[in-house]
Design a protein around this ligand. Structure first.
Ligand code: ZN
Length: 117
C-alpha cells in the first residue's frame, strides 16, 4: 500500500468537502494518490489536485479489450483466407478486391493495436 502524505490544507479541504455532503471514495487520484470525493452532482473531485477527475470504468475497459482480442483473431483468420485466395486468383478485378480488403483489415488491426497502448 502506498503511503499518502496529506498536507494540513488538504485535510481541511477534505473535511470541508465531507461537510458539503461529498462522499469519500475507495479509489484514489491517479495523479497524486490522495482519496477522491464524489460530489453531490456526481462529479469526482480530487481535493489535492483541485480538479475533477474522470474515472474510466475498469470493467468497461476489460470488455473492450476482450472484444478487441476476438476481433483481432477473426481478422487474422480472414487475412489468412484472403491470402490463400489471392495466391490462386488470376482475375485482375478479383485480385484488386482481395488486396483492397486485406488493406482495410490491416488498417483495423493497426487501430486495435493503437487502442491497446
Ligand atoms: Zn489528485
Amino acid at each position: 500500500m502506498k503511503l499518502i502524505i496529506l498536507s494540513e490544507q488538504t485535510m481541511k479541504e477534505m473535511a470541508e468537502l465531507l461537510r458539503k455532503g461529498a462522499k469519500m471514495l475507495s479509489i484514489s487520484c491517479p495523479e497524486c494518490s490522495s482519496p477522491l470525493f464524489q460530489m453531490k452532482n456526481g462529479e469526482i473531485y480530487c481535493s489535492k489536485c483541485k480538479k475533477n477527475i474522470k474515472i474510466v470504468d475498469e470493467k468497461e475497459n476489460i470488455d473492450q479489450l476482450e472484444i478487441n482480442i476476438k476481433l483481432q483473431n477473426t481478422i487474422l483468420e480472414k487475412i489468412k483466407l484472403l491470402e490463400k485466395a489471392l495466391k490462386f486468383e488470376e482475375d485482375l478485378n478479383k485480385i484488386n478486391d482481395i488486396t483492397t480488403t486485406i488493406s482495410y483489415l490491416l488498417d483495423i488491426l493497426k487501430k486495435i493495436n493503437e487502442f491497446k497502448k
